[in-house]
Each structure stands twice: as structure tokens, then as C-alpha cells.
Design a protein around this ligand. Structure first.
Ligand SMILES: [Zn+2]
Length: 297
């Protein structure tokens, strides 16, 4: 359904929903609840995602579930439903009253496959969370799903902002260290400002950014996008924009590229994708993409 809102009003609501989701401030919940009454699928989808993000910051679970459940079960657009279902899942045991409805949705062939899959995952997770509440289990390992102790929770949360049992912690730690060593070894090209990068394409982007006085962080740290941790090539902190340079052309690389691009999109992140074919006209490409995000140079 096309949104009947005015473009300007719509744009403001979209930006507001994105902003509130990023704040991590549970006090934003009432405003989000207001926003999700607006007749726009895009706004509702972003609001649902934002409310989901506030779960871990201690948002009022009852109000959040009350706002999400109608969107999840009767949202006008299947994508809105999918986002609301995923957000509902994050409220765990507090959403227990809706498990049966979610199971019905998962079984109903009239629903889109991705809605059914999301409903099943959410119903399972909410049920598990309810059982955990009863048996006193607070957290489970994200990797192997066993319950973790408070010490394990604290240790892994501090190191990775993720929950792992000690055994998985050690494995993840090693995997990551190997990966980082590989990445550091392959940073052999120096941009004019001294940043070491991995390819000529990245060097062009780095130098373009410094020439335009745009602050950037190159491949510095993992960021949590959706449920994944990814390491963006460039992050522009003042503009909240990501730039990825997709330099390779192998099938495996493309698979992971599509996956990452979808992730950015689903989470409402502002991503500029640059390909080797963009390099000859890089100046125009970056200028016009940034303009789309309201950045005038
Ligand atoms: Zn584990």
C-alpha cells in the first residue's frame, strides 16, 4: 500500500524513527508508540525495529509488547509483520501471551514464507525465554545455546558485546585473532594521510574523504548491525554513514556482499556501496550518494 502521508512529513517520521532506535533510550518508547500509528509501512517497520532495539536497554516491556503485537499479527504489510515479529522476540517471556498466535501464523500457508519463518523462530524463542524465567536461567550462549553463568555473561559481554559460554568464548577469540592478523597483514597500501588500507580502491576513497575534510574510521572495530557483528570498511561518524568497497568478484565474495548489504538495509543503516567500476568517476559517485543522505559538500 502506498503511504498517504505527505513526502516531507513521511521523511521526518522516518528520520525520527531511525534516530530514536539509535538512541538506546528506553524513554523514547512512548514517542515510538505514537509514530507507529502513522499510515506508512516504512515508518511502522522502522518503529518496530526501533522498539525491538530498546528491549536490551530496559524499555517498558508491557507497553512495547502491546505496541508490537498488533503490527506483528495484523500488520498491513508482510515486511512490517516480519520486523514486528522479530522485535517481539526480543521481549522474550513478556510476549508469552502471543506464542499461540505466532504458531498459527507460522502454520498459515496464506502468509509469506519469511513471515512464517520469523513467526516460528519468535514463538520458539519466546517459549524458551519463558521456561528460562521459570527455571532461573538468565542468558544463553549465542553460539551453542547452553545456559551461561553470570561470570561467563559478564566476560563475553565486555569483550564482544555478545553472550558466549566460556568454551565458545575461547573459540571465537581465536577465530577473531586469526582473522585480524590476516587483515592487518593485508593492509599494505598507504593513503596520503598515513592510513594503511587493503586495496587501491580503498585508498582512493580514503583520500577523497580526507580531501573533503570528512572524518572517517577505517576498519577499526566491529559494529553490531542487526544480530551480526560486521566490520565496515569506512564509517563516517559525523554523518553516520557507512562506505563499503566491494572490490572482488568471486561467487563466495558476492554471497557475503549481498548478505551484508541486506543487513545494512534491514537495519536502516546509511550505506554507500562502491565498486571497481565506480572508481573512474569516484568524485561524482560519492558526492551524489552523500547528497541523497542530505550531505552537501
Ligand atoms: Zn557456547
Amino acid at each position: 500500500m502506498k503511504s498517504p502521508m505527505l513526502p516531507d512529513e513521511h521523511h521526518k517520521a522516518v528520520q525520527r524513527a531511525l534516530h530514536l532506535g539509535r538512541t538506546g533510550d528506553p524513554k523514547a518508547l512512548p514517542e515510538l508508540v505514537e509514530l507507529c500509528r502513522l499510515p506508512s509501512n516504512e515508518v511502522q517497520r522502522l518503529v518496530a525495529s526501533a522498539i525491538g532495539k530498546l528491549a536490551e536497554f530496559g524499555a517498558d516491556t508491557e507497553a512495547a509488547v502491546a505496541a508490537l503485537a498488533p503490527l506483528a499479527l495484523r500488520g498491513r504489510h508482510p515486511q512490517t509483520q516480519q520486523y514486528a515479529i522479530r522485535a517481539l522476540k526480543k521481549y522474550g517471556a513478556a510476549a508469552h501471551a502471543h506464542v499461540q498466535d505466532l504458531r498459527d501464523m507460522a502454520r498459515n500457508p496464506a502468509n509469506r514464507n519469511y513471515v512464517r519463518a520469523a513467526a516460528k523462530t519468535a514463538a520458539d524463542a519466546i517459549e524458551q525465554a519463558s521456561q528460562d524465567t521459570e527455571t532461573g536461567v538468565k542468558h544463553r550462549c549465542k553460539r551453542c545455546d547452553t545456559p551461561v553463568s553470570v561470570e561467563e555473561y559478564t566476560r563475553s559481554n565486555e569483550a564482544f558485546q555478545r553472550v558466549f559460554c566460556d568454551r565458545c568464548f575461547d573459540e571465537v577469540f581465536l577465530e577473531r585473532r586469526n582473522f585480524e592478523t590476516q587483515v592487518e597483514i593485508s593492509k599494505t597500501i598507504k593513503a596520503r594521510d598515513g592510513t594503511l588500507v587493503q586495496s587501491k580502491g580503498e585508498r582512493r576513497i580514503a583520500e577523497w574523504l580526507s580531501r573533503h575534510g570528512i572524518a572517517y574510521r577505517y576498519d577499526t572495530k566491529y559494529r553490531i548491525i542487526g544480530e551480526f557483528q560486521i566490520r565496515p570498511d569506512f564509517y563516517l561518524p559525523e554523518l553516520d554513514v557507512y562506505i563499503e568497497y566491494w572490490g572482488l568478484d568471486t561467487p563466495k565474495y558476492k554471497m557475503s556482499m549481498y548478505k551484508k548489504q541486506t543487513l545494512y538495509q534491514q537495519e536502516g543503516k546509511r550505506l554507500i556501496s562502491i565498486y571497481p567500476r565506480d572508481l573512474p568517476g569516484l568524485d561524482n559517485v560519492l558526492t551524489s550518494r552523500l547528497r541523497l543522505f542530505g550531505v552537501a559538500l
